[in-house]
Write a protein that binds this ligand. Structure first.
Ligand SMILES: [Ca+2]
Ligand SMILES: [Ca+2]
Ligand SMILES: [Ca+2]
Length: 720
């Protein structure tokens, strides 16, 4: 039943009362708008005027992030951090609000939150046993020690027996490091101390952007149970002793555009109920656990309903993108996963994963692996090549249980060598056709070299002629309308469209092929018909243009049908974009024509017809007039001219004739000669700019001579 207006008013009244009584402060701030309460504070460790007692202006900033946080936190607060080394752990003390986040903004590169302390000072070290030194100031148990940019190994040996480049920590003594004799303080020695760069428990609407977080003893960015609506963007996280970035049970966390490398566990992790998260455009590589092959570029465990797109995942110890533990119904597109120690994409006890336009290249094991009850997956527009070739693994591997509900089409699978590209249920398939027949899948897929620009160098753009061009299905769930670089789909006019759906020219893989620009021929504009009467000067203008803006190298007149030695001239301007035709036809009458040819890499032309009536001029002069319009021997100017290649001429012949064509240089030497026979009418002559001995002639002026019986016609051409 519809409520009456009276009832609606009552509801509104109750709502207003409820809002007045219970609306949280953050919501009130949001209602008032960001301008009213947004405040920015500055942190700058390198500013001599910095003070941890404030006020946090740009002129007198805080020295540490922690001091700024202690004074200012919550919705609408932005903490701007300037370049410098910050040896502190940022524990986020408050949430932001919807539309009014609590923001940590690194300003510029090299805003470093370092988990290690600096021990590059010889005074901090004293000799220990053997070649080892001890730093008594290390009163905590470190987990990582770095010397000159590299982790050195922990050892359990006694100080007198430590291998070179190792460390151990002894309670009551300190950190003992053996560099084979050097004082560690004379090197860039850093000792792990703090667990996290950013540490966030149960907060929402917080943004962390642009930081470099390194050498943390645990996660670089640690988002623990349950955070929501956080944004982690454009950070550089490296050398964490655990995950680089992890959200445990996070809701709607956005992890965007981060670089995560050299961590001792997964690069990016979504675990324990994390859902509604977006992990996009990250570069996660070279993450490796110290002892067991298990570190992934991106790892999901028990994390359903997330979107993973546009990521680059490579050289990780284990898999590029790994789904496990019922990380069901995730969507993946535009990812590239290559050169990882295990699979490109792995699915274990995880159902309903959708892959669209993902690339797996050169992973040690399978490219796309669906095993262990990973049913209901979809694979569309993906490319998997050269995976598992040294381990008898496959570009695509679907086990029996995972084949239930599996849907796959418009993909490309290929190996350059003999390794079978596909294993489906229990059978390896050397050919796509055999797999198609057995599985009923991949009817529109291909087994062909995708022609990457440079696969081994991870350049997965497509070369012209790639079978991946204009071949994708756009009518599949979650098809990306733009590629991994954000580029729109483009039609390659040289490739027939074989895609499906509303866009039939999308490409397979993560990067859309960009067709080379089409070169348009110059266009020439001239009058199509000029009517005049006997004895009058014929003159008109001609213009030429190139739609691409290319320079026009020549604009010439070609007499199509003109009296011999007509005296007609055509004078182009300096840029060959226009010119003037001029002809005093004397006694000629009848219909004539001239063509104007503009040339650069291509040629365009247009023709003018000239009709000269006998009428008035004939009446006044009484002359008989020439036999105008009767074909005579006539040769056009060369075109294009100047030219770096072929130069062509037309030759009008009143009857079948033998023609001697010769080319002379300016010193009168004949450099080329040919004799031809032509029928009556228009003949085409050309010289390719080479000598009789096929040598390419140099730049300069040449004279092209056509001899027809007693008639000799000479035209001048310039080679450049
Ligand atoms: Ca395309
Ligand atoms: Ca096309
Ligand atoms: Ca052009």
């Amino acid at each position: 039943m519809l409520p009456t207006s009276h009832a609606l008013a009552a509801v509104r009244g109750r709502l207003h009362a409820a809002v007045r009584a219970a609306v949280p402060c953050a919501v009130l701030i949001a209602l008032l708008g960001p301008a009213a309460h947004a405040q920015t504070f500055f942190v700058d460790a390198q500013n001599g005027a910095c003070s941890n007692s404030g006020p946090g202006t740009e002129a007198q900033p805080y020295c540490t992030i922690s001091a700024a946080l202690a004074a200012h936190k919550g919705p609408g607060i932005t903490i701007v951090v300037k370049p410098g080394i910050y040896r502190e752990q940022v524990t986020v003390p408050a949430s932001g609000a919807a539309g009014l986040p609590f923001v940590f903004q690194a300003q510029g590169p090299r805003v470093v939150i370092d988990g290690a302390d600096d021990f590059a000072n010889v005074a901090l070290w004293t000799p220990s046993l053997g070649t080892a030194f001890v730093a008594a100031g290390v009163t905590w148990t470190p987990k990582q020690v770095y010397v000159d940019g590299a982790r050195i190994a922990a050892t359990t040996s006694t100080p007198d027996a430590m291998p070179a480049n190792s460390w151990t920590w002894v309670g009551g003594t300190g950190l003992i490091v053996n560099l084979g004799g050097d004082n560690p303080g004379a090197h860039e020695t850093l000792v792990g101390r703090r667990n996290y760069g950013f540490n966030i428990f149960s907060k929402s609407f917080v943004t962390m952007d642009g930081f470099e977080i390194t050498r943390t003893e645990d996660r670089g960015i640690n988002m623990q149970n349950p955070c929501s609506d956080l944004i982690v963007s454009h950070n550089r996280v490296s050398f964490a002793n655990s995950y680089g970035i992890q959200t445990v049970n996070g809701q709607r966390i956005v992890i965007d555009g981060n670089t995560v490398s050299d961590c001792n566990f997964h690069g990016i992790g979504l675990t324990a109920g994390a859902t509604g998260c977006i992990v996009k455009n990250n570069d996660s590589f070279r993450n490796a656990h110290p002892t067991i092959r298990q570190a992934n570029g991106i790892y999901l465990f028990g994390a359903p309903g997330n979107t993973i797109s546009g990521n680059k995942l490579h050289e990780n110890q284990d898999t590029g993108l790994n789904f496990a533990g019922s990380s069901n119904d995730c969507i993946c597109f535009n990812n590239r996963s290559w050169a990882n120690g295990d699979h490109g994409y792995d699915h274990l006890q995880t159902t309903g994963t959708i892959h669209v336009n993902d690339v797996a290249y050169g992973n040690v094991m399978d490219g796309f692996s669906f095993e262990g009850d990973a049913g209901g997956a979809q694979l569309h527009n993906c490319i998997a090549i050269e995976n598992g070739v040294t381990r008898n693994e496959f570009d695509l591997w679907v086990d029996a249980n995972s084949s239930v509900g599996f849907v796959s089409d418009h993909n490309l699978f290929w190996n350059s060598g003999p390794q079978n590209p596909i294993k489906f249920v229990a059978t390896q398939y050397a050919t796509l056709a055999a797999y198609q027949a057995a599985s009923g899948q991949d009817a529109h897929s291909k087994q062909a070299d995708p022609r990457f620009v440079n696969g081994p160098a991870a350049d997965f753009r497509l070369l012209a002629g790639s079978p991946a061009i204009d071949a994708a299905a756009s009518n599949v769930a979650d098809w990306p309308a733009t590629d991994a670089a954000g580029a729109a789909r483009q039609d390659d006019p040289l490739t027939p469209d074989s895609g499906e759906g509303s866009c039939t020219f999308g490409d397979l893989g993560a990067l859309e092929f960009v067709p080379p620009p089409v070169d348009h021929a110059p266009t020439v504009a001239c009058p199509s018909l000029v009517k005049t009467s006997k004895g009058k000067l014929v003159t008109f203008n001609v213009t030429a243009s190139d739609a691409d803006g290319d320079a026009i190298q020549s604009l010439v007149m070609v007499p199509v049908k003109m009296p011999a030695n007509s005296g007609a001239t055509f004078t182009p301007n300096a840029t060959n974009t226009g010119g003037t035709f001029s002809w005093a036809p004397g006694k000629a009458t009848g219909t004539f024509s001239v063509r104007f040819v503009a040339a650069n890499a291509l040629q365009g032309s247009a023709t003018t017809s000239i009709q000269i009536a006998a009428g008035k001029a004939k009446a006044t002069s009484g002359d008989e007039g020439d036999p105008a319009g009767v074909p005579v021997i006539a040769m056009s100017q060369g075109y294009p001219n100047p030219s770096w290649g072929d130069v062509s001429f037309t030759l009008d012949l009143p009857e079948a004739s033998d023609v001697d064509l010769s080319v002379f240089d300016t010193q009168g030497r004949r450099v080329w000669q040919a004799s031809r026979s032509f029928g009556a009418g228009r003949a085409m002559l050309s010289w390719d700019g080479r000598s009789t001995g096929r040598q390419r002639m140099g730049t300069g002026i040449y004279l092209v001579r056509a001899q027809v019986g007693e008639t000799v016609l000479v035209r001048r051409v310039i080679r450049f």
